[in-house]
Write a protein that binds this ligand. Structure first.
Ligand SMILES: Cc1cc2nc3c(=O)[nH]c(=O)nc-3n(C[C@H](O)[C@H](O)[C@H](O)COP(=O)(O)O)c2cc1C
Length: 158
């Protein structure tokens, strides 16, 4: 069986966008995690999934949350991605939060956001596969390209 290092290396050839998935804990505190495993699942109803590391510090928050939001980052938001991937080393960017939607924290200056009602959680090795039904969505009217992640580095289109 291939080891996890080779698997990671191969998967790094698969270019993706970058999102921050956010949720609010019971006391109202907002949390987020940088995620590139978001995939659409179904159009009717509109369902998506993301995979969440069971060791992530936000894991218990997402276990409890009934709703979560997917924030799709633009090419100018590497600092946001870094913060939510490693908050101990990368400070919180200034004025990062927008008005909450559907009880979920929303990030500013993204390309788009979707609020989802959590529908299922499946076991997937050391990750959980979390599905959600999109209940609210918004595409911002901004001229920016998406942030891309490829070969373990941030890229821009073109
Ligand atoms: C571009 C990128 C994509 C990531 N995608 C995922 C993902 O899909 N699922 C996940 O659980 N962690 C993902 N991570 C890792 C988390 O953002 C985070 O770094 C990890 O859970 C460790 O966080 P913690 O030590 O604060 O708990 C990704 C990190 C980066 C930089």
């Amino acid at each position: 069986m291939p080891d996890s290092r080779s698997f990671r290396q191969i998967m790094s050839c698969f270019a993706t966008g970058v999102t921050v998935v956010t949720a609010r804990d019971d006391d109202g505190t907002g949390f987020g995690i940088t995620v590139n495993s978001v995939t659409s699942v179904s159009l009717e109803p509109p369902l998506l999934l993301f995979c969440l590391d069971k060791k992530a510090h936000v894991y218990p928050v997402f276990r409890r949350a009934k709703y979560f939001a997917v924030n799709i980052l633009s090419e100018n938001q590497q600092d946001v991605s870094r913060h939510f991937a490693d908050y101990r080393h990368y400070p919180k960017p200034d004025k990062m939060w927008d008005r909450p939607q559907g009880g979920c924290p929303i990030l500013r200056h993204t390309l788009a956001w979707m609020v989802c009602r959590k529908t299922s959680t499946f076991r997937g090795g050391d990750h959980d596969i979390i599905t959600g039904e999109v209940v609210k969505l918004h595409k911002r009217n901004i001229q920016a390209e998406p942030l891309i992640y490829f070969h373990s580095r941030y890229r821009k289109i073109g």
